[in-house]
Design a binder for this molecule. Structure first.
Ligand code: HEC
Length: 165
């Protein structure tokens, strides 16, 4: 009888742990989905697509999400040389979420990348952006390489004025 009782208790315990795990897994899935949705929203309203998605600004934002953040071949030329908006889908594949938060909070990128906007984002918002970009997965091609000021770009570029002397 005692043996039967402890077997029964054991079975109840196993059943309880299994259902708790199910609830926890369900909660973290819901939390993930919420972070991805928040990331999608932040990317949309903070202008990342304007530069990091080819043709986005010209098309009034009507570009399929599948193409978002795949970088652009349009150069941004100024006293800093010529920069190209990075393929962020590839970029995120090679770094962890913690590395991303650290990079975003501490790195000063070349113009016209608004690095100061990334710097001022909360850790939670940066994590949401990371989750969303990882959710999109890898895609697109590598952007052209940065050119120093004395090199002429091959493709199209936007020319910024020299600062007044
Ligand atoms: C006005 C155009 C513009 C906007 C808006 C913009 N970026 Fe950028 N971004 C660039 C350019 C150009 C570069 C390349 C800078 C360089 O070469 O140093 C860059 C670089 C980056 C990098 C560095 C990648 C690497 O390879 O080191 C990250 C990360 C990044 N952008 C994320 C974002 C996010 C997230 C947003 C939205 C909050 C955003 N950018 C908005 C133009 C832009």
């Amino acid at each position: 009888m005692i043996l039967f009782r402890s077997l029964l208790m054991g079975a109840v315990f196993v059943a309880m742990t299994a259902s708790t795990q199910c609830v926890l897994a369900g909660q973290s899935k819901a939390a993930d989905a919420m972070a991805i949705e928040r990331g999608r929203y932040l990317v949309k309203i903070s202008g990342c697509n304007d530069c990091h998605t080819s043709g986005y600004a010209q098309a009034g934002g009507k570009i399929s999400e599948k193409q978002w953040l795949t970088g652009d071949r349009l150069g941004w030329r100024g006293p800093w040389g010529t920069t190209y908006a990075t393929n962020l889908r590839s970029f995120m594949q090679n770094i962890s979420e913690n590395q991303w938060v650290k990079i975003a909070h501490t790195t000063q990128f070349r113009p016209p990348m608004p690095w100061f906007a990334l710097r001022d984002m909360t850790t939670q918002d940066l994590q949401a952006i990371y989750r969303f970009v990882k959710f999109l997965g890898p895609g697109g091609e590598a952007e052209p390489t940065y050119l120093p000021p004395d090199q002429e770009p091959n493709g199209p570029f936007v020319l910024f004025p020299q600062p007044p002397k």
